[in-house]
Design a protein around this ligand. Structure first.
Ligand code: CTP
Length: 478
């Protein structure tokens, strides 16, 4: 029996679309994500894709002329698409195609397909569902490839032979994995095999499109589903070889290190439970990448990864550059997290002294809470006793940060006594003594020997000067 989903099309925009299509005698359908998410009850999809059996651009023009304010249309002639915004919705218009549906392909587009031809050239059966906008069957579902059944069975399946669908647009290999992660679906076995066979073709996809999918995987509740699939199909070797280099456990003379790849995925899942911040999630993904190039074994100390945080933070820059990710403060944030990723762990292993916490706040500045969040996520030990101890210790560290902050205002530290004042007091020429005094004052504050305030720092400076054999030329009146 024909299913009808008029309810999905209650927004007045669909009546306008239907009237416009009927005025042009242009068979038209809502297709793709909107229909899929409606049937899955995932909330309203704000991007609405409309396919017409004929010119999508003509329909867009007609719709715009019927909307209040006559909104501007963006027309992409080469792709035969048009887009307009209405309230919080983005309407995308396209003519049905016989050939692959590729928005940013440089290949000439082939139009004039039937609805079914268009549907079979789409990526997945669950994305090929169409709802009629035509007067005679408004709201009817057209599902020639049993997409609804796949939604029910939670399966990602291509309408055509998987190799055909994936070679039409290799990005779809990543889309399959992204949808599997977002929806918690299985990728059909044939499809998974086709991805593995065609993995190398991901190389022809632009970094921007690839990263877009990575971001979407990263934003999921359990990103490890996606990263495991990327890894198992071999795609990850092409996209993030720095990560796959972490896989494996080596054993020398009975000493083993942990598998840092699978550990990393656990960390990412952990952090996904506590933050939606995309860049903090990226930091979790990359926090150990320096471990592959720094791994060493010595008889004396076993496995070491000396300086992996520093090496890792340098690798972040290269990785961002290669993937054309922004080389801005987001990248700097990820670098800083990677660089400092081992610092709080030392505090969690032992009793955290005030001065150690003060130093951490001094070095991490405004990022200190994010850093602790990362380190909490980094606890993947299966030993319940250790797990409890680390978690508790981090709680104490968090409390101590607040306490130390209230008292000492170390975050975004500004030296309480300026270089100029040091020069004036001891009548110095610019010289290394100034730096020495400044550093010593900072150390005294971080060590808790003096509070972070002007008068104490000033007196401490006089004392220091005296010990260095400097004469006090201009002493401030007390
Ligand atoms: N599509 C496709 N192949 C692609 C990209 C898109 O076949 N490489 C088709 C699918 O039918 C998809 C529709 O175009 O449903 C719209 O694509 P897009 O907006 O990227 O995805 P949505 O399915 O709307 O899902 P989401 O917005 O959640 O990414």
């Amino acid at each position: 029996m024909q299913q009808n989903h008029k309810k999905a099309l209650q927004d007045p925009i669909f009546k306008i679309l239907s009237d416009a299509a009927s005025g042009l005698a242009l068979e038209s359908y809502v297709i793709g994500g909107f229909v899929r998410d409606y049937i899955l009850d995932r909330g309203t999809h704000k991007d609405i894709d409309i396919v017409s059996i004929g010119s999508g651009i003509a329909l867009a023009e007609k719709v715009a002329s019927m909307l209040p304010g006559n909104p501007k249309i963006s027309i992409f002639k080469n792709f035969g698409t048009a887009m307009l915004r209405h309230h919080d919705m983005e309407l995308e218009f396209v003519g049905a195609r016989k050939e692959s549906y590729q928005r940013d392909s440089r290949k000439p587009i082939v139009e004039d397909g039937t609805l079914k031809e268009d549907q079979e050239r789409r990526d997945f059966t669950i994305n090929a569902l169409a709802l009629s906008l035509n007067k005679e069957n408004f709201g009817d579902l057209l599902d020639p490839f049993e997409g609804v059944l796949d939604l029910d069975k939670k399966i990602i399946r291509t309408p055509l032979e998987p190799c055909v669908t994936y070679s039409d647009d290799p990005l779809r290999m990543m889309r399959a994995i992204r949808f599997a992660t977002q929806l918690n679906f299985e990728i059909e076995l044939r499809s998974l095999q086709a991805i593995t066979e065609n993995k190398e073709r991901i190389k022809i996809i632009s970094a921007e499109r690839t990263v877009d999918e990575l971001h979407k995987i990263m934003a999921c509740e359990k990103p490890s589903i996606g990263f495991s699939l990327l890894h198992n199909t071999g795609l990850l070797d092409y996209i993030l070889p720095e990560l796959t280099a972490l896989e494996g456990i080596e054993e020398v003379e009975g000493q083993r290190h942990k598998d840092n790849f699978w550990h990393t995925l656990e960390v990412v899942d952990n952090i996904a439970q506590t933050t939606d911040d995309l860049w903090l999630r990226w930091a979790a993904l990359l926090h150990d990448i320096g471990k592959a190039p720094t791994k060493k074994f010595s008889k004396k100390v076993g496995w070491t990864f000396h300086g992996h945080e520093f090496v890792g933070s340098k690798m972040v820059y290269k990785l961002f550059k290669r993937l054309r990710m922004p080389l801005n403060d987001k990248m700097k944030f990820v670098q800083k997290m990677v660089l400092m990723s081992s610092r709080p762990i030392v505090l969690a292993e032992d009793f955290a002294t005030d001065s150690a916490v003060r130093r951490l706040v001094f070095d991490a500045g405004d990022y200190v809470e994010d850093l602790i969040t990362l380190c909490e996520a980094d606890i993947t030990t299966k030993n319940p006793r250790k797990q409890k101890k680390y978690k508790n210790n981090f709680k104490l560290v968090r409390a101590k940060i607040v306490e130390v902050e209230e008292r000492d205002h170390i975050r975004n530290f500004q030296p309480p006594v300026s270089g100029e004042e040091i020069i004036k007091t001891f009548n110095l020429k610019p010289s290394k003594e100034i730096g020495i005094i400044k550093a010593a004052i900072k150390e005294a504050i971080l060590e808790g020997e003096i509070p972070n305030e002007y008068q104490s720092a000033y007196e401490y400076m006089l004392e220091l000067g005296k010990n260095m054999g400097l004469s006090i030329i201009n002493e401030k009146k007390r």
